[in-house]
Ligand binder design. Structure first.
Ligand code: BGC
Length: 755
């Protein structure tokens, strides 16, 4: 599509939703009609007042200044042989509307604009092309105003009201590309569970499930009557509707009724919520069956499944899935409700492996990673929010920027597609070079402006101090080593020479050890972070030990054992709880399991105190929370504001569940689940565990259960894959595609963890 023929409407307000229309007469018998459309803002295409397709929020969110997607539609079936009306309704969306913490508008462009090209092919071989221009009209229609954060105002039954003619607009400075994402669609439908009259006397409907999407209401009222609903994730400790944590995002939808039966829902907005409050509703009686909560997210194929004999873990699994659904709306976001909903790189760095098990996210993630690559700074720095929104996420932080090495590698492992590595190799290379140049030590990353072990409980002094206690120099240098170790594997997978990265890794490791290790344990390097006055900075923390173990920064088996024992002791000393945040949490269980202490990993996994994964489950969570204790024991909140109940990061615990509970592991040289290490570690507290991943080759599945004093396994290997299955009794079995069953005596169950 050419980047020409843009039109806009004159005199629009910030949130107005103009419709650009034209009538087209067919000059003969039609064979095919296609439309190519895109907008600055978001749009829906209508032919003869019927919406084309079922995608929401086209053209999707990309790094708009660099590239903007357009969509191609076959609209033959919508067309009339005589005359057809074509209408493109627009809203400010991400490009023009309010986006980014602090509720700023015009992040990318200052007004809504649209371009379209329609091609009519006749049976006699003639073609005609219609493009947007000043012969198009501007109208107002049903949706009058809409914003992602603030909700929509929609008048049902409103006719198209002509406002004037479109004005030619300058083409935006960007490149038009054909759609490469996954369309956002309506997905699950969740019925209302109950009507609550709160202590304040407000009518609140509970859908029993936090999610991102919108509420659909079926209603027949008098023409002109209004329905206005507010959204909330939680009730406060008194049982009242609570919206302060949404910060500046209003999340209010207002509808004016047509007088016939209406199905109310927004077109250009979504909310993150579990409850709605009926602010205006024409009836005394509330018929719950008229209310449905509709989940909205990008189309992805579900690939993972998991169930076990522990109901709370099953709920945690469900919460993880809902966390992904709610935050995979065109790009991976931190949360779907408050005035953020942006592409925080650290959150997805942490979650990407789990995401790629739950769903096929290859296409979804590739689109976003292209924007990460495009927005990478010339010096190699990767920002913390992509697409970048001014004033937010331009900090360069370890573990956030590392998404550019971690994500392509994890996606390659999951789907076996080398082009994922080839395409993003230059980005990874530049990020490594950036870290190498940062600070005065070539082989460490000292100084910098990091988020640290974000939200770790070992240093939350007050809600404004969130970086955790672990020294950020240590974290940054450990992640430098980690990213370089990934580069070594990437080079090997691509048949490139890996020796330069091997040497670099060796140098980082020896320098890291000189600066940050003492008597076999992590220690403080008292130059940079140690002088921080805002929080107590420590060298030895659960997170630092876990990172040293995970990233291979120890020296020899004795030190490895010392570190593992220390980690177990530190957890014990902390009342059996972890003290890790965004950086340490994804690694702590792996660090224990990889070093023969799956028993301790299970203890931590099943812990129910605060902080723990199950604490939020006990508090009634239906999604993963931003903070371990977003709701505290006494029912009060961790913080009045900035407290999301739908952040997927800690759901990354499920990559440990797949690796160790089910024991499904892809080998580095068998990407795409071609060669596998299957080594489940059973624990009686789960009773049984069963799960599968639908891979390119077919289904990989594992089930184990304790029965009759024995541990029974069923393992399914897809045709074309090879697996080494290691059981609790230490026996190993090389297997090709097929379904296998095994039995072990359960008193040997932990044996393989001693390795
Ligand atoms: C986001 C996070 C993000 C963080 C940066 C928050 O406001 O919600 O999930 O990673 O900022 O530390």
């Amino acid at each position: 599509m050419n980047n020409t023929n843009w039109i806009r409407a004159d005199g629009l307000g910030q949130s107005d939703c103009p419709v650009f229309c034209i009538n087209i007469k067919a000059n003969g018998r039609i064979k095919k009609v296609t439309a190519e459309v895109t907008a600055i803002g978001i749009y829906e295409l209508y032919v003869n007042q019927k919406k084309v397709g079922d995608a929401l929020f086209a053209p999707g969110w990309t790094s708009y200044h660099n590239r903007l997607q357009y969509q191609t539609y076959d609209i033959t079936d919508y067309f009339d042989t005589e005359e057809s009306s074509v209408a493109i309704q627009c809203a400010p969306g991400w490009a023009v509307g309010y986006i980014g913490h602090g509720n700023t508008n015009h992040m990318f462009f200052d007004h809504v604009s649209v371009t379209a090209e329609l091609k009519l092919e006749y049976l006699d071989g003639r073609t005609e092309t219609y493009v947007t221009g000043e012969d198009w009209q501007v109208c107002r229609w049903d949706t009058v105003r809409s914003e992602f954060y603030h909700g929509e105002y929609r008048v049902y039954g409103a006719p198209l009201e002509r406002l004037g003619m479109a004005v030619a607009d300058a083409a935006p400075e960007t490149r038009l590309i054909s759609d490469e994402g996954c369309p956002t669609r309506e997905q699950e439908r969740v019925p209302a569970v109950s009507l609550i009259i709160t202590p304040k006397g407000e009518r609140v409907i509970d859908f029993g499930q936090n999610l991102a999407g919108y509420v659909e209401i079926r209603i027949k009222g008098e023409k002109g009557e209004r329905v206005r609903i507010s959204h909330a994730e939680v009730l406060d400790k008194d049982g009242n509707f609570y919206t302060k944590n949404l910060e500046l995002a209003k999340n209010i939808n207002t509808y004016v009724l047509s007088g016939t039966e209406d199905i109310l829902k927004p077109k250009f907005s979504f909310q993150g919520y579990r409850y709605i409050r009926l602010d205006e509703y024409p009836y005394e009686n509330v018929d719950l069956s008229a209310f449905t909560s509709v989940a909205v997210y990008s189309q992805m194929k579900r690939t993972g499944s998991f169930v076990c004999g522990h109901e709370k873990i099953n709920r945690l699994y469900s919460n993880t899935i809902w966390g992904q659904r709610s935050n995979f709306i065109d790009i991976p976001t931190d949360c779907p409700q408050r005035d953020e909903r942006t592409g925080w790189t650290g959150d997805v760095q942490v979650f990407v492996r789990t995401a790629a098990i739950n769903y096929d996210v290859e296409r979804f993630m590739r689109k976003w990673l292209r924007d990460v690559m495009i927005e990478q700074r010339a010096d190699g720095a990767v920002t913390s929010v992509v697409p970048g929104v001014a004033g937010r996420g331009d900090r360069i932080s370890t573990a956030w920027g590392d998404v550019c090495t971690v994500a392509p590698w994890e996606l390659y492992l999951a789907y076996g597609n080398k082009s994922m590595l080839e395409e993003f190799y230059p980005m990874m290379e530049r990020w490594i070079e950036y870290m190498r140049r940062e600070g005065e030590e070539e082989y460490l990353w000292l100084g910098g402006d990091h988020y640290g072990d974000w939200l770790a409980s070992d240093a939350i002094l007050c809600p404004e101090v969130r970086e955790g206690a672990t020294q950020t120099d240590l974290i940054a240098s450990a992640f430098f080593a980690y990213s370089v170790s990934i580069m070594v594997k990437v080079c090997r997978a691509l048949g490139r020479d890996s020796s330069e990265y091997e040497t670099l890794y060796g140098n980082i490791k020896s320098t890291f050890r000189r600066f940050f290790m003492k008597d076999g344990l992590p220690t403080l390097y008292p130059k940079y972070d140690a002088f921080s006055t805002t929080r107590p900075v420590k060298g030895l923390t659960q997170t630092s030990v876990a990172l040293v173990l995970r990233f291979g920064l120890y020296d020899g088996e004795d030190e490895r054992k010392l570190l593992t024992d220390k980690l177990v002791d530190m957890i014990k000393e902390n009342d059996g709880k972890m003290s890790t945040g965004f950086v340490g949490t994804p690694h702590i269980l792996h660090a224990l399991s990889e070093n023969g202490r799956s028993d301790a990993a299970y203890d931590l996994f099943l812990c129910e105190k605060n902080p723990s994964w199950l604490y939020s489950v006990n508090q009634g969570a239906t999604t993963i929370w931003e903070h371990w204790d977003s709701i505290k024991d006494d029912g009060s909140f961790w913080y009045d504001v900035k407290n999301s109940f739908n952040h997927y990061a800690y759901g990354s615990v499920f990559d440990w569940v797949y690796s160790w509970v089910l024991g499904i592991n892809v080998r580095d040289d068998g990407a795409g689940y071609k060669t596998l290490d299957i080594r489940p570690v059973a624990d009686k507290r789960l009773g049984f565990a069963e799960g599968a991943i639908d891979t390119e080759n077919g289904r990989v599945g594992v089930r184990w259960e304790f029965a009759d004093g024995k541990l029974r396994y069923t393992v399914e290997i897809p045709d074309g894959s090879l697996a080494k299955i290691t059981l609790a009794d230490g026996s190993a079995h090389e297997c090709e595609g097929g379904v296998y069953t095994f039995e072990c005596l359960n008193n040997l169950v932990y044996r393989i963890m001693e390795g």
